[in-house]
Design a protein around this ligand. Structure first.
Ligand code: SAH
Length: 351
């Protein structure tokens, strides 16, 4: 049996599925899920930490600064959900090795659905004795330093299309033996009322996001900081569901489990979920390029370039441009930080 057969069988038995249920099976089904079966990084897509070591170094140092600002609580959980190959965390740990007391205080926890990627993470981070979890709920209680890059965009979204006074949910169904999108019946969806959009416009909600963010926020309220980086907007709208295979956009329904599926992150939804947790301070949303510049990306790249040959300098400059330039990842990717109420925000962030 294939994932397509499984999905078709489920639709025949239980009716059309939400985009979120379909996306969840495609990404993390225990047998056929995209992430479960392979390490997609480099093959299908690349991410900021894979482009430059500077990304993980600067975010690691920002978390260490937040820890120092709060009186260096020990022990402290250092966690990353969706660590990919472990590159960001390896860069963060190397950069913070000389922060007095930091490595002695931290306990490394990783949240990862993919056995293939857990194996990669063990290779790079094994010296720090990580503990793996299936969900963020399983992270230890108490002070938490957390960084998540391109994790929230992998959480499944539901989609609704504006139809008159109400909405019609986008569903995944079967048509002539193939998977197809279909329009669900008209419905009133009060939680979407804050979206004032013309008829026909799609809006997306990520049902898992409030719980994930609240679980992190509750721990940060006791100490520490969380930094989320992802591509998205404030109150994002429109159909942002994207399937990528071998670096190219593909039909999301064509080969279930064979392509990466993501949707833009609505940072307003992140802020709302975190804002519901008492004792928490939520930063404003910042563009990745501006954040990295404030954290010293250019100075760090210049330092790395010193004494290197022309080709190496060229590669460093290209990576810097890719992460920071507004026409590349600099504007599309955004960041948001959480700290306990009364604590300073991590460097680079503002209200
Ligand atoms: N942060 C890394 C990898 C991003 S890819 C980087 O920047 O390079 C998304 C990561 O999230 C992968 O590690 C993937 O296996 C993991 N992931 C996706 N959905 C998940 C889920 N529901 N639970 C846990 N991990 C998940």
């Amino acid at each position: 049996m294939s994932l397509r057969d499984h999905l078709l069988r489920r639709i025949r038995a239980a009716g059309p599925m939400t985009v979120a249920d379909w996306m969840h099976d495609c990404l993390v089904h225990p047998e056929w899920g995209y992430y479960v079966r392979r390490d997609p990084l480099g093959r299908d897509f690349t991410t900021a930490p894979e482009i430059s070591q500077v990304f993980g170094e600067l975010l690691g140092l920002a978390l260490a600064q937040a820890w120092l600002d709060q009186g260096a609580p020990a022990p402290v959980t250092l966690a990353e959900p969706g660590p990919g190959r472990g590159t960001l965390m390896a860069d963060a740990l190397r950069a913070t090795a000389r922060v007095p007391g930091f490595h002695d205080a931290l306990r490394l926890h990783l949240v990862e659905a993919s056995p293939a990627l857990r194996a990669e993470q063990a290779k790079r981070l094994g010296d720090h004795d990580p503990t793996w979890h299936d969900t963020v709920d399983a992270l230890p209680d108490g002070p938490l330093l957390l960084v998540a890059n391109e994790f929230l965009d992998a959480l499944p979204v539901r989609q609704w299309r504006r139809a008159g006074d109400g909405w019609s949910e986008v569903l995944v169904t079967e048509r002539e033996g193939a998977l197809a999108f279909a329009a669900g019946p008209p419905a009133l969806v009060p939680e979407l009322d804050r979206f004032d959009v013309p008829d026909g416009t799609v809006v997306e909600r990520c049902p898992a996001l409030p719980g994930v963010v609240a679980a992190i926020a509750r721990r940060v309220a006791e100490g520490g900081a969380a930094i989320f980086v992802d591509y998205g907007h404030w109150r994002s709208r429109g159909d942002t569901l994207q399937a990528v295979r071998a670096g190219a956009a593909v039909d999301p329904l064509a080969d279930p489990g064979e392509a990466d599926l993501t949707a833009h992150v609505d940072f307003e939804a992140v802020a709302l979920a975190a804002g519901g947790v008492p004792g928490l301070r939520v930063s404003g949303m910042e563009r990745q390029g501006v954040l990295l510049e404030r954290l010293g990306a250019t100075a760090r790249v210049q330092a790395l370039a010193r004494g290197r040959d022309a080709a190496a300098v060229e590669a460093l400059a290209a990576a810097h441009r890719r992460l920071l330039h507004p026409s590349e990842m600099g504007d599309l990717f955004k960041a948001l930080a959480l700290v306990p109420a009364g604590a300073p925000l991590p460097p680079g962030f503002g209200d």
